[in-house]
Design a protein around this ligand. Structure first.
Ligand SMILES: O=C(O)c1ccccc1NCC(=O)[C@H](O)[C@H](O)COP(=O)(O)O
Length: 217
């Protein structure tokens, strides 16, 4: 993915597991689709499954791979099956995110769990920061929990790096979320599903339509 193909602003649909969901993202013009390589997720796909989904079309959305506390070998093994454009990482720090980007020559998006305003980063070495709600201690995964961030925490926050808002976004609330936070890019998973891991094509269409209208503002 070139810098031009990794735009500042856009819409990501995460957690694709099946052809119909992937095809809906292509049809409705998602900027990115996400594949979750975390085994304890209902959206887990193997690298080979992600490769098959990705091969359904040439071009289209940027392919984002999600990794939780990854070691480099796991990423390298995944890249043998599916050409990813972006690596989205959880449970690593800024320096580790930078090292991963250097090692693989790919943009790295770093998830930052936010519970209070003090959690908002002021700098980053990552190519983009994913601002997500801090999951409860009882959560079994660090993202994809349909949990909404307190958008008021972001009031007046204007970082000089790329960022994306995630967490509990739906076709119904995404425009308000963008209006209240000024987010230049948005990400959803649970909010466009009919069941965990199964995407709803009409919800994907509505999410992208509503998000784009708000991003154009
Ligand atoms: O979706 C998962 O199961 C998952 C597992 C491990 C790490 C991240 C995961 N998902 C992240 C996302 O789908 C999004 O980046 C984001 O958290 C939005 O999720 P949602 O609140 O479900 O819209």
């Amino acid at each position: 993915m070139t810098a031009a193909a990794d735009p500042v602003s856009g819409v990501k649909i995460c957690g694709l597991t099946e052809p119909a969901g992937f095809d809906a993202c292509v049809e409705h013009g998602a900027d990115w689709v996400g594949f979750v390589f975390f085994q304890r997720s209902p959206r887990f796909v193997t690298p080979a499954q992600a490769g098959l989904l990705s091969a359904r079309t040439k071009g289209g959305p940027g392919r984002v791979g999600l990794f939780v506390q990854p070691d480099e070998q796991a990423i390298a093994d995944t890249l043998r099956h599916v050409a990813l454009d972006v690596l989205q990482v959880y449970g690593v720090d800024d320096q580790q995110a930078h090292a991963i980007a250097q090692r693989f020559g790919l943009p790295v998006w770093l998830s930052r769990p936010v519970a209070t305003r003090a959690d908002l980063p002021v700098t980053t070495l990552a190519q983009r920061v994913l601002v997500e709600p801090r999951p409860p201690a009882s959560a079994t995964r660090p993202g994809g929990n349909a949990q909404q961030l307190d958008w008021a925490l972001l009031a007046g926050w204007q970082p000089d790096f790329r960022w994306m808002l995630a967490g509990g976004l739906t076709p119904q609330n995404v425009a308000t979320a963008i209006g209240q936070t000024g987010a230049p890019a948005v990400d959803t998973s649970s909010g466009v599903e009919s069941a965990p891991g199964i995407k709803d094509g009409s919800a994907i269409a509505a999410f992208i339509r509503n998000a784009r209208a708000a991003l154009r503002g």
